[in-house]
Every structure is written in structure tokens, then in C-alpha cells.
Design a protein around this ligand. Sequence first.
Ligand code: AMP
Ligand code: MG
Length: 448
Amino acid sequence: MNAIIISVGDELVLGQTVDTNSAWLSRQLAAAGCAVSAHLTVPDDQRAIERAIRESIGSCDYLIISGGIGPTEDDLTRQALAGVMGVPLEMNERWLGQLREFFEKRGRPMPERNRIQAMIPRGAEMIWNHAGTASGIRATIDEELIAIAAMDDLYFHIGTTADDRKSQIANHRCEVFVLPGVPKEMMLMFQRDVLPHIERRGGGACILSRTLHTFGMGESAIAEKLGELMTRGRNPSVGTTVSGGQVSLRINARFQSRAEAEAQVAAAVAACHERLGDLIFGEEDQTLQEAVATLLRERRKTVVTAESCTGGLLAKFLTDVPGSSAYFTGGWVTYANEVKAAQLGVSPALIEQDGAVSEAVVTELAQRALGRSGADHALAISGIAGPDGGTADKPVGTVWIARAARAEQKSEARRFLFPGDREMIRDRAAKMALAMLRYHLLGRPMPF
Ligand code: AMP
Ligand code: MG
């Protein structure tokens, strides 16, 4: 069982609105065992919508369309569907009555142009909208109509013979659902009227997904460790994505029964843990700061920060987590050298001698932050975020990070060279400081 999703709207094609509907629909469909084979995004243009529908109906069991059913002239999805079906639009009296009532309740006459929102192609069914004025549409497109659409659509003939097409569409039936573009209305209608239909039809596989997150190693190093787990075509599949310096593993399993999918996903997750060990800091929505927060809470320890180039970003990350007062005591943003000296007592002579971005200064920042607070751990960051200020020995991206602990004599300081622009360098520096603390709390050496 598979689906194609079409999103309609000029604003989507122009990139002014991000198409969140398709992403949400894909996740819902996958969870219901319906694989999604394509997302198409088309402008508010009747021919473009018709073409997308024709192109899709021959190769999916479900076609889910969102958008273009509003009351204005640029809302053309109804007309396009009727065009493909070769039927006129007809007034649905039930929904027209509902629309009249809707406007009456608000003490306004119904604008003439809202009437179109109660029109559906002949032979289609109206879907009640519990959250807005646009009725949805459900239509069944049978083999005969698909064959006509295939003849009309040049796309089908590229690399495909007429016989191929005939065998593909024999006995094929496509259920089309047209939903509102407004995300809240779309979600409600999908859950009430589309999902039960898909679940009833059943017969599809169960698709389950899990996401595991790592930080600190590049995608190719992670891929090397995962080895054959990432072989294409495997089920469950393991793929990687990169975002914000994190490499995430996406595990997808597709099996006939839910029990089997669950068992296979669990086995794949275990295999990833075995290969990557503590490189994996969390799953699904969990962030690196949440992982560190959990470790600090479990150990009943606190942390203080002293930051220069990250300007408080590390403190921000540590306080992103609700209840952060349990483990975060506070921090200093000692940006200027004078403030490093005045606020934390770093020796101006040391800054003069080694420079603010140096092992000696960052270590002093961490030690003195620890000394001036009651915290158990301290993290300090000093670096060159650019775009200016780099030199031959300290190019842009050079960052020193120090970690100190009350229970230890010696602190740990490391020099990093982060790639990217100012925003990326600052983000990676703050995350790397979190990673240093995480490995220390785990009692393990950093593997990178
Ligand atoms: P429409 O039903 O096409 O008039 O859409 C109404 C509004 O819903 C649009 O103005 C967008 O703000 C929003 N919208 C429509 N389609 C999408 C989509 N695919 N993803 C996110 N928002 C959307
Ligand atoms: Mg629109």
C-alpha cells in the first residue's frame, strides 16, 4: 500500500511557506503502514494541479492533496480534480447549509464566493470539515479513468511503453482525498476521515522508525563504524542525516506485522549501540543538553560557565532544559579582556603573554569560575568566531575549551578548529563543551 502527497500553493513553491503538511502526512502514513512514494508541490494553477494528479493516480493507492480549497480565485484544487475525473462540479447541499449556518451564527451574510467551498466533483463524496469552511473531498479513481489520464499525460510515456503502463494500471484503484491547506484543519480531517479508511483497508506493512543522535564525529566516520548496517536495501534500513553538527541515525523497518517490525527495529537499535557505544547521546527529540542535564541530575552535580566567543550560548543550552536550576548555578560572559580580569581575576599579564584564546587563559577562566561559585564542575570557552580576528597560528574557528571539577586537581583543556561561519563555530564550540562534560560525567575518554 502506498501514497503520494500533493501540496498546492504558490507560497509553497515560492518558498515563502515551508510545506509542513507533507512532512506531517508522511509520518502519519508511515505509522499506518502506508509507504509514501513521492511528495509533489505545485502552484495555484489548475493545469499544474491536474498534471500532478494525472501523474500520480496510476502509481499510488492513496493520493492525499492539501491546499487550494479556499474561497478565493486562486483556490483551484476542486476544479482540477473534476477536470481529471472528466465531470462537472456539483453543489453539495448539506455543506452549503452548514456554510450558511456558519455565517449566520457570526451575524454576517455568506459571501457569494464561499459557495465554491461546498462544491465537489460529481460522483465524489464530501468530507465534513470540523474546523473550517472548506469541505474536503473523497473520490475513487478507477482503472478506466487512470488509463485516460495516462493517455493525457506525457510524463507517463517517458521511458515507459504503453504495454508497461497497461499492466501497471490493470485493476488499479486510487483513493483521492482533498484536505484543507491550513495545517490544523488538514490534521483534524486526516485523523477523522482518512486514517480510519487506510487502517480499514489494511494489508499494508507496518513501518516503524527510530532516530538515534551522535555528536562529535563526522558522517563518514560514523558510517564506517556502522559498516554493513548501512547497506542499501537492508530492512531495517539505517541512514544518516546531519544537522547542527550532529549526525543522526534514522532506522526504518517495514514488516508485515507490528510485532515483527518492533522486534527488528529493537535489534537494529541494539546493533547501532553496539557499534557506536557512548557516541550515541540520545534518541528522537532528545538534545545533547538534555543528555548532560540528565547525567548531572543523576549525580546531583552542578555546573558553572565562563564564556567568551560563545557569548552565553553554552549557558543558554544548559538552561534550555526545564528544571535547569537543579544543576546550573550560573555563568559569566567575559567577552573583553578587562572583564576576564575584573570579573574572574584572570591575570592581565597572562592574557598579554599568551593571548585570550589560549590554553592558559581558558584554564584560568574555568578554574576561577569554579573558585568563585559553589558549582562542582566548570566549563570555559575562548575562541575566534570570525569572520575577522584570525591569524596564521590562530585562524578563525580556533577555540579553546576547558573543563574543571572541584573533585579533581587538574583541569582538562583542548584546542579545536571548527569549520563554518560565525554561527556554526559558536554552536559547535558550545556543544563540544557539553560533550566534554558528558564524557567526564560518564567516566570515559572522549573518542574524538
Ligand atoms: P489554502 O487552503 O491553500 O488556502 O491554504 C491555507 C493556508 O494554509 C495557506 O495560506 C498556508 O499558510 C497554509 N498552508 C497551505 N498548505 C500548506 C502546507 N503544505 N504546509 C504548511 N502550510 C500550508
Ligand atoms: Mg492556497
